[in-house]
Design a protein around this ligand. Sequence first.
Ligand SMILES: CCCCC/C=C\C/C=C\CCC/C=C/C(=O)SCCNC(=O)CCNC(=O)[C@H](O)C(C)(C)COP(=O)(O)OP(=O)(O)OC[C@H]1O[C@@H](n2cnc3c(N)ncnc32)[C@H](O)[C@@H]1OP(=O)(O)O
Length: 302
Amino acid sequence: MALAVGIRGLTRSLLRPWVRVPGPARGRTEPAAGGGDGVRCFGSPRVLVEPDPAAGFAVMKMRNPPVNSLSLEFLTELLISLEKLESDKAFHAIILTSDCPGIFSAGLDLMEMCGRDPTHYAEYWKAVQELWLRFYLSHLVVISAINGVNAAGGCLLALSCDYRVLADNPKYAMGLNETLLGIIAPFWFKDTLVNTVGHRTAERALQLGLLFPPAEALQVGMVDKVVPEDQVLSAARSELAQWLAIPGHARQLTKSLMRKPTADRLLKERDADIQNFVRFISRDAIQKALRVYLEKLKQKKT
Ligand SMILES: CCCCC/C=C\C/C=C\CCC/C=C/C(=O)SCCNC(=O)CCNC(=O)[C@H](O)C(C)(C)COP(=O)(O)OP(=O)(O)OC[C@H]1O[C@@H](n2cnc3c(N)ncnc32)[C@H](O)[C@@H]1OP(=O)(O)O
């Protein structure tokens, strides 16, 4: 099985990043995220970046409709956006949010994990690992402005941020609900949750596949703040000020000190983790469970 799939090679073949974005932002100057100083939005088909270099941050908007499921292409574009901002000294922070109304992310793309071959599963899982590692260890301050429902892999992405603001809408539940699909949150998903909410809450949440509505998410510490829906972005921006006031090197080293042991667990056994995933997801029983779940999602409409 080819495990040595290079995400960078993939990005080169799949994308031409940093094209001016199609859709709403094309051909006009969007107000910058914080200052409206005429800085142009940029991005890729599925990720819109609204930079505010004067204020030192950018808003990264996920727009992979209908549900921001984390397909291989989408993961790749998110990584490219992150890399681009990390390598530009003008940026010290990112606000991660969604451009899809009512949905932050439906998590990993089930179509990437269902009915494909082992090589594809390995490539996909490597990209999922990479996204988590890069967001979790980013030297930038990353704040998520969660403006919709947020399941499993999407929740992991938010948990990888430094701070989480959630819109106060009872429909916007979030959690690692893998067991509801008959699958398992891998150890690094679990570790990220444990680091956020503590062992007992994580154990219960993971076994039961709990999706927490805003008040409960706040109560267990899965999010840091719940605000009215129309204030999610402004609350994230206000919070940023506190983080950006700290000397950058001190904050970054502290973040690394706190997070490196968790990331190292995966880094030490990345290939084994990929092989475990491929073996697990290729099982007939797991494939059947995913097909049934997808079917249920479709039937919900009828
Ligand atoms: C012992 C050894 C152990 C080894 C272990 C090793 C590894 C571990 C193994 C596996 C780990 C996998 C980890 C997985 C993580 C995940 O993220 S799995 C994804 C979990 N996500 C969900 O459960 C959310 C599912 N979606 C929904 O609940 C809803 O779609 C919604 C987000 C609430 C939005 O609802 P609504 O607005 O009503 O939209 P629809 O349901 O109608 O959906 C629109 C279309 O989108 C499709 N879709 C939804 N979610 C996904 C998805 N995650 N992936 C792909 N596609 C998705 C949905 O089917 C609709 O499609 P159609 O329009 O019908 O074609």
